[in-house]
Design a protein around this ligand. Structure first.
Ligand code: RNT
Ligand code: ZN
Length: 417
C-alpha cells in the first residue's frame, strides 16, 4: 500500500466513525500513549542469565526455533528491534534472573539494585520504563513450595529474595521517575492431593505480609494468581480466591493473567469485580490453548473483550498492560510483534466504540438496537485507522513487518549458535 492509499483509506474511515460520533484521532492518541510492557522473557525462552539452565516451576516453553537470545546484549538488541517495528509507548518487564551479574554467580538472596543499573541506563536511552518480577522458579531451592514452604530456612531465603526485588524495583522507579510495577508470582503448588491446603495458604499470607511491610515510594506491588502449573496439577497455593482476598484486604494490585483461569471462564468478566475492590490491575495478556500454554497473544474475541471491558469500565488508567507468553517454536521477534499488535488492535477497537449510544440503548431497554449496533461495529473500517496510526508514527504498516523480521533473522538471529 502506498502512503497515499493509507491516507485515503483513513479519511474514509474517519468520516465513517464520525457518523457514529467517534473521534478517530483521539482514539489514536490514547492508543499511542497507553504503555504496553514488553516481557523480556519471550526473547530467550525464560532462561535468563543466572545459570543458563532449564526452566522449572510449572511453566514450560516448547520448541527450539533457532535464534534465541543467549545473553544480555542479545536480549537488549532484540527488544530494540521490536521497538523499532512498533508504534507506541513501551515499557520493558524484567525478571530478577535477567540481572547484569558480570559473569559472577549472584544468588537470589544476594541480588542488589546495582545488578540492574545497566538496564536502567539502557531503558532510559531507549525511551523505555522498566517493570520487574521476583523469580521463584528455575532454582535448586524452588521445589514445590517457596514462600509457602513450612521449612523456615527455604521460606526465609525466598522472603529475602522478594524483599530485595522490591528494593530493586523501587530503585528503578526512582531512576525513571515513574513507579516500577513489581509482580510477585510464585509457582507454589503440589502435584497430588494435599491435606494441608489451609496451612500452605496461611504461610503464604504470612510471608507476603512480611515482604510487603516496608513502604517503598517508587514501586507498586502486584500479585499474580494462577489456576495450576505443569507438574502441580492438584493444588496451587496462590489461587484466584487467595489473591482476590489478599489484594482486596490489603489494597494491592491484582495481576490478571489471561491464561490462569478455567478454560471456559470469561476473563473479561473478572475485571469489573476486581476493580471494585483492588486499587489497580496488572494484565498479563496471553493466549491459553486448552491450558496456560502461553501462546502468542492474538486479536481474538477474548482479547478484544478484555480491552473493551477496560474502556467500558473507564479503567485504562487503573490497568497496567503487559504481555506474557513464550513461544519458542517461531521467530521470537515476530512473536513479540504479533502479540503487541494484537493488544493494540484490541485497544484501538475498544476505543472506537460509540459507548454513549450503546449506553442510551441499554438504559432505554432498546436491546435489539444495542445488539445490532454491537454487531455492525465489528465490520467498520477499523483496520484503516490502525494502518494510519502506524504510518503516522513511522512503524511498518500491515504485513510490512514480516519482511523486516525475516531480514533481521537473516542478518542477526540465524548467526546465533
Ligand atoms: C506463570 C506466570 C508468570 C510467568 C512469568 C515468566 O504462569 O504467568 O507471569 O509467565 O513470570
Ligand atoms: Zn503471567
Amino acid at each position: 500500500m502506498t502512503t497515499e492509499q493509507i491516507e485515503k483509506n483513513y479519511a474514509v474511515a474517519k468520516a465513517r466513525y464520525a457518523e457514529l460520533g467517534i473521534d478517530t484521532d483521539k482514539a489514536m492518541e490514547t492508543l499511542g500513549k497507553t504503555p504496553i510492557s514488553l516481557h523480556c522473557w519471550q526473547a530467550d525462552d525464560v532462561v535468563g542469565f543466572e545459570r543458563n539452565d532449564a526452566l522449572s516451576g510449572g511453566i514450560q516453553t516448547t520448541g527450539n526455533y533457532p535464534g534465541r537470545a543467549r545473553n544480555l546484549e542479545e536480549v537488549r538488541r532484540d527488544l530494540e528491534k521490536v521497538q523499532s517495528l512498533l508504534a507506541g509507548t513501551f515499557r520493558v518487564n524484567l525478571h530478577e534472573t535477567y540481572g547484569d551479574f558480570g559473569g559472577k554467580f549472584v544468588d537470589r538472596d544476594e541480588v542488589e539494585p546495582k545488578h540492574f543499573e545497566g538496564w536502567m541506563q539502557w531503558a532510559k536511552e531507549h525511551g523505555f520504563k522498566l517493570d520487574f518480577n521476583s523469580t521463584s522458579f528455575s532454582h535448586p531451592k524452588s521445589g514445590y513450595l517457596s514462600l509457602a514452604n513450612p521449612d523456615k530456612a527455604i521460606r526465609d531465603f525466598w522472603i529475602e529474595h522478594t524483599k530485595r526485588c522490591r528494593r530493586i524495583a523501587d530503585a528503578m522507579g526512582k531512576y525513571q521517575g515513574d513507579p516500577c510495577i513489581m509482580n510477585i508470582w510464585v509457582h507454589d503448588g503440589l502435584k497430588d492431593y494435599t491435606v494441608e491446603r489451609y496451612r500452605y495458604r496461611r504461610i503464604l499470607k504470612e510471608s507476603l505480609d512480611e515482604i510487603l511491610a516496608d513502604q517503598l515510594p517508587d514501586m507498586k506491588d502486584c500479585l499474580e494468581a494462577k489456576l495450576f502449573g505443569i507438574g502441580m496439577e492438584a493444588y496451587t497455593v496462590g489461587s484466584h480466591d487467595f489473591y482476590a482476598g489478599y489484594c482486596s484486604k490489603n489494597n494491592v494490585i491484582y495481576t490478571l493473567d489471561t491464561g490462569h483461569y478455567e478454560p471456559t471462564e470469561n476473563v473479561a468478566d473478572i475485571v469489573s469485580s476486581l476493580l471494585l475492590y483492588v486499587p489497580e490491575l496488572m494484565l498479563h495478556v496471553s493466549r491459553p490453548m486448552h491450558w496456560d500454554s502461553d501462546h502468542v497473544t492474538l486479536f481474538d474475541d477474548k482479547t478484544r473483550d478484555l480491552f473493551s471491558e477496560l474502556v467500558r469500565a473507564g479503567a485504562l488508567d487503573r490497568a497496567h498492560i503487559g504481555l506474557d507468553y513464550f513461544d519458542a517454536s517461531i521467530n521470537r521477534i515476530g512473536a513479540y510483534i504479533v502479540g503487541v499488535r494484537a493488544a493494540q488492535k484490541s485497544l484501538l477497537q475498544a476505543l472506537l466504540e460509540p459507548l454513549g449510544t450503546l449506553r442510551e440503548y441499554e438504559d432505554e431497554g432498546r436491546w435489539f438496537e444495542r445488539l445490532a449496533l454491537l454487531e455492525e461495529l465489528k465490520t467498520l473500517p477499523f483496520g484503516a485507522v490502525f494502518d494510519y496510526y502506524n504510518l503516522k508514527n513511522g512503524a511498518p504498516v500491515g504485513e510490512a513487518y514480516i519482511a523486516e523480521v525475516d531480514q533481521y533473522e537473516k542478518e542477526v538471529l540465524s548467526k546465533r549458535g
